[in-house]
Design a protein around this ligand. Sequence first.
Ligand code: NAD
Length: 499
Amino acid sequence: MTEMHHFINGALTKGTSGRFSNVYNPATGEVQGKLPLATSEELDQAVQIAKAAQPAWAATNPQKRARVMMKFVDLMHRDMDKIAEALSREHGKTIPDAKGDVIRGLECVEFCIGAPHLLKGEYTDSAGPGIDLYSMRQPLGVCGGITPFNFPAMMPLWMFAPAIVCGNAFVLKPSERDPSATIMLAALLEEAGLPKGLLQVVNGDKVAVDALLDHPDVASIGFVGSTPIAEYIYQRAAAAGKRVQCFGGAKNHMIIMPDADLDQAADALIGAGFGAAGERCMAISVAVPVGEETADKLIEKLIPRIEALKVGPYTAGDDVDFGPVVSADAKKRILDLVETGVAQGAELVVDGRNFSLQGYEDGFFVGPHLFDRVTTDMDIYTQEIFGPVLSTVRAATYEEALKIAMDNEYGNGTAIYTRDGDTARDYVARVNVGMVGVNVPIPVPLAYHTFGGWKKSAFGDLNQHGPDSIKFYTRTKTVTARWPSGIKEGGEFNFKSMD
Ligand code: NAD
C-alpha cells in the first residue's frame, strides 16, 4: 500500500498530521493508498505559498497565461490514458467514462485559452467633458475549491483552470476518495509552464475544509458535492466574507410524453440512469411517463435493456456498461434505500439486490434496479440515491408531470422526450430547473455556456465554466479619469450626475 502526497509548491509533499484515510480500488475492495489528511497548519502553509506566488502571476500578461493553458491541453491529451487509468482505479468508472471525465474538464481549459478576450473590460470614451470611464477585471487573489469524488478530473478543472487563467492562485481540497487524477493534473499544469505555488492540492477532511473556509487570505470558495455540505460551506464561507458558489445534489426527472419515440427514450434512460453507476449529478434518476399506456410500454422496453446491462471492473475493457460504486458505505446506503422502496410499496420490477461478480465478491458492485409506481412521498423519491436505481413515477397528464418536476426540492437537470414542439417549448419555459434537455437525456452544457442548477442544487449567484466563471474569478474595478481640463477649473462640491 502506498503513502500518497499533497501537491504543494510544485512538488509531491508528505503529510505531517499522522492522520490518513484509505483510498480503495472499488472493483476489488482493496485499500490501495493511504492519503494524508492535512492539519489547518499545513493548509495555512499552502495558502501562504500561493499568496506569495500570486502577484507576479497576476502581472503576467493574459496571453502568456492563456498559453500555459494551451500547452496544458496538449499534455492532457498526451497523458490521457494514464490519467484515465488512475481515475478508474480509484473511482471505479469504466475507462471510456473516465476519459469523458477528463475531456469535459479539458474542454473548459480550451475555453480558458480565450480568457484574454473576456478579461478586456469595458470602456466609455468621453463619458463626460474630458472624462473617460473604464472597468477592468482583476483577479481575486487566492481562491479555494472543494470537489466531490464523482468527477475527480472535470470538477477540479472547472474550478482551477478559470481561476488561474484570470491571474489567481488556487488551493484545492479534492475528494479524499479518489485524488490521484487531480494530483496528476496539477503536476501537468506545472509542466505546461505554471509557476510553482499557484496551484496547491491539499488532501484532507473537514479539518482542512474548515481551515480553507475560515482563512483570511482566501478570497473565494467554490464547492461541488452533496446539498447538506453545500449549504454548510455556503453559509460558513459567506459569513467569513468570501465570494462563494456551491453546487449540490440532484434528482433529475425525464418526462416521457405519449408521442415520444419510446425506443429512443428507453435507450436514453439506460445511459442517463445507469451510466457511471448512477453516480452523476446529471443522472436521470426519475422517469415520469405521461399516461398509463406510455408507462406500461416504457417499462416493457426498459426491463430487457436493464437486464442486459453489463456490470464489471474497468479492467474488463469497453465491454462493461458501468462499474462499482465508490465505497462500501455507498453500496450499503443504496441497498438500504432499495429495501425502503420495497417496504414503502414501490414495485421493484428489476431487482439487482443479489448481484455478485465472480472473482470480485469484495468489490463495491451494485446491480441495476428499476422501480415502478413510485410516489413522491417515498424515501427513494425524496432522497438522492446516487446509485444504479431508476424510479418511475407515473403521471396522468403533462401538467401533473411538470408539477412533479417543479415540486422537487432539487433543480439541477431535467429532460423531456416528445415529438411535439409546443409541449417542449412550454416545458423549457416553465420548468424551474437550471439545465433542460429536449430529447437529450443529460443536458450538460458545453464549456462556453455555463453549468448550474436551481433550488437546492446550487447556492450562490454565478454558474460554473463559460463566461460566468470569468466573472466569478475576477472582480470589477471601475475607473473614472479626467484629463486635464476641469481640474484647473477648481473643485467640484456637488455629487455629479450626467444631465
Ligand atoms: P460530499 O458532499 O460528501 O463531499 C464533497 C466534498 O466535501 C469532499 O471534498 C469532501 O471531503 C468534503 N466534505 C464532506 N463532508 C464534509 C464536512 N462535513 N465538512 C466539510 N467538508 C466536507 O459529496 P461526494 O459524495 O463527494 O459527491 C457526490 C455529491 O456531489 C452528490 O450529491 C452529487 O449530486 C454532487 N455533485 C453535484 C454536482 C453539481 O454540479 N451540482 C456535480 C458533481 C457532484
